[in-house]
Design a protein around this ligand. Structure first.
Ligand code: ATP
Ligand code: MG
Length: 550
């Protein structure tokens, strides 16, 4: 990086901490996903932030699975999360699971009980809620609040041993039922849940609440800067309270604003609904805002990282234009993607003065942006496929494509002149007849004819075919999450369209995951379900932002 970028508020804090000699061993961050879904672009922002800060300040960043909720977590999610982080180009220094700390956390709870700072409460969830009070009204002490330490210890042990049913008892911190911050009014820190956990199996029927697990886990890993999203700002005093009462490593929590993207939703719960109700083909459906969906669609990881760096971090929530992400994708792919020709809506073009049975191989650049990418040979013969929209019977003035008598260049090939069209009974064009100028061959053009337009084409005799999935926005409205009623009512029914296209022969053997630029048509990527005999492509992104104009 050559240009000096101004520091964001977290970098300012970290630089001040380092300058004050607060962390002689360097900073230590963590990325703490709950394995209850696939990661989305909002998580990418948090990943870039946490791993990015560690990298910038030669610190460390852990991956910690926040797996305190046994009923929603699965191994599939753990694996997908790891794959996504690695694919984005980041490496964790250590990997932990909050469940690794279940025994330690239990002992921390015992420590609080012994200090008279926690008690077992037999009240129901409704009773606890009813005594919480309100913003201007203090709560009421539970009738179980003054249980002796000995009784609390015994009950807590029995809770662990499985003596009680779900909801029968909870462990609460004993703080202050009149505290202005409602979260500090004797919060529940352990609940009974007889559920199988994806890692600890049936070893526990007692699980810590988020607030009792997160800060302590940070502390156990000696996390210096624990970065989370703004909704946790009111939890910070509780985070500090536990660390202070337990006398453990003083991790600190900092908050930044969630990142949301236009025309999509960004909560795992909502994304799960889309998957379960089959509005999309899975978590990695290319229309999904998930990292795996973007990978399948052909987004390069560098584009996602660049996008996250461009939007940066802030303290106020806002909606980021999805067009910015697409801009980053285009910018990356323009530099790296192989060029090819593909015709999506074909009509036959016959070059009437080109010898029957002749085929020649024309030379074309693989990527004009990259001189090292080399060239390839494209077969050319008498019958070609061109795009239906590249011909008009009565074209407007600035239509630099084909129409009666008009001339155009076939990319990497010859200049042609439109002589005639053949229509069927319904008036639809079935063939366009053109003549070509033999001296106008690209690279050795001596014709002295200048034409304004160039169109792409595919040789009919050697063309392959591909099934192409064309995507539009997943939702019809900018921010479905804030619209009235069910967010799914705003899904775009036209978000997926499938067509059959003709492709240059070399593309037929393109490997899964390959992304190329189809000249004039956009970027496309070979789908994971593509097979040797049947190429399946996803449209990654168009060449320009045509959507803004609609
Ligand atoms: P969701 O609401 O989508 O389920 P979450 O916050 O519950 O998200 P976690 O798995 O708990 O998901 O998130 C892991 C980390 O990613 C947290 O530190 C969280 O703050 C961060 N994160 C989640 N969503 C976003 C977002 N939209 N923008 C920025 N960071 C996010
Ligand atoms: Mg969460």
């Amino acid at each position: 990086m050559t240009e000096e970028k101004s520091l964001n508020f977290l970098e300012e804090i970290i630089e001040a901490d380092l300058a004050a000699g607060k962390y002689p061993d360097g900073i230590h961050t963590r990325f703490p996903p709950e394995p209850n879904g696939y990661l989305h672009i909002g998580h990418a922002s948090s990943i870039c932030l946490n791993f990015g800060l560690a990298k910038k300040y030669q610190g460390k960043c852990n991956l910690r699975f926040d797996d305190t909720n046994p009923s929603t977590e699965e191994v599939e999610y753990v694996e997908s999360i790891q794959r996504d982080i690695e694919w984005l180009g980041f490496k964790w220094d250590a990997r932990y699971f909050t469940s690794d700390y279940f025994e330690t956390l239990y002992q921390y709870a015992v420590q609080l009980i012994k200090a008279g700072l926690a008690f077992v409460d037999d009240s129901t969830a409704e009773e606890i809620a009813a005594t919480k009070g309100g913003i201007n009204e203090p709560g009421r002490n539970s009738t179980f609040r003054e249980r002796s330490v000995a009784e609390n210890l015994q009950l807590f042990e029995e809770m662990r041993a499985g003596k009680y049913a779900d909801g029968e008892k909870v462990l609460r911190a004993k703080i202050d039922m009149a505290h202005p911050n409602l979260l500090l009014r004797d919060p529940v820190i352990y609940r009974i849940k007889h559920a199988h956990h994806h890692r600890t199996g049936d070893a526990w029927c007692l699980y810590p609440m988020y607030d009792f697990a997160h800060g302590q886990s940070d502390s156990l890993e000696q996390i210096t800067h624990s970065i989370c999203t703004l909704e946790f700002i009111h939890h910070r005093p509780l985070y500090d309270w536990f660390i202070q009462q337990l006398g453990i490593f003083p991790s600190h929590q900092y908050e930044f604003a969630r990142r949301n993207l236009s025309y999509t939703v960004m909560s795992k719960r909502k994304l799960l609904q889309l998957v379960n109700e089959q509005h999309v083909a899975g978590w990695d459906d290319p229309r999904m805002p998930t990292i795996s969906g973007m990978r399948r669609r052909g987004y390069p990881p560098q584009a996602i990282v660049q996008f996250c760096e461009t939007i940066g971090i802030g303290k106020r929530e806002n909606l980021i234009d999805i067009g910015l992400l697409e801009f980053c994708v285009r910018e990356q792919l323009n530099k790296t993607a192989q060029r090819a020709m593909m015709v999506l809506d074909p009509v036959k073009l016959i070059i009437t003065n080109y010898p029957e049975g002749k085929t020649e191989l024309l030379e074309a650049d693989n990527n004009p942006e990259d001189p090292t990418a080399g060239t390839r040979q494209i077969p050319f013969s008498r019958q070609l496929w061109i795009e239906r929209e590249d011909y008009m019977d009565s074209p407007p003035k600035k239509f630099f494509r084909l129409g009666p008598g008009l001339m155009v260049r076939l990319k990497s090939a010859y200049i042609i002149r439109c002589e005639d069209v053949v229509k069927d009974a319904s008036g639809a064009i079935v063939e366009i007849h053109c003549s070509y100028i033999p001296e106008s061959r690209s690279g050795s053009d001596t014709s002295d004819i200048h034409v304004k337009g160039t169109i792409h084409w595919v040789d009919a005799a050697t063309a392959g075919t591909a099934t192409v999935r064309l995507y539009d926005r997943l939702f019809q409205v900018e921010n479905p999450a804030v619209e009235e009623g069910d967010f799914k009512a705003y899904l775009n029914p036209q978000s997926l369209q499938t067509v059959t296209a003709f492709i240059e022969p070399f593309l037929a053997t393109a490997q899964i995951g390959t992304t190329f630029q189809a000249l004039r048509k956009g970027y496309f990527s070979v789908d994971k379900e593509s097979t040797a005999g049947h190429l399946l492509l996803n449209k990654t992104v168009g060449l320009k932002d045509t959507w803004a104009k609609k």
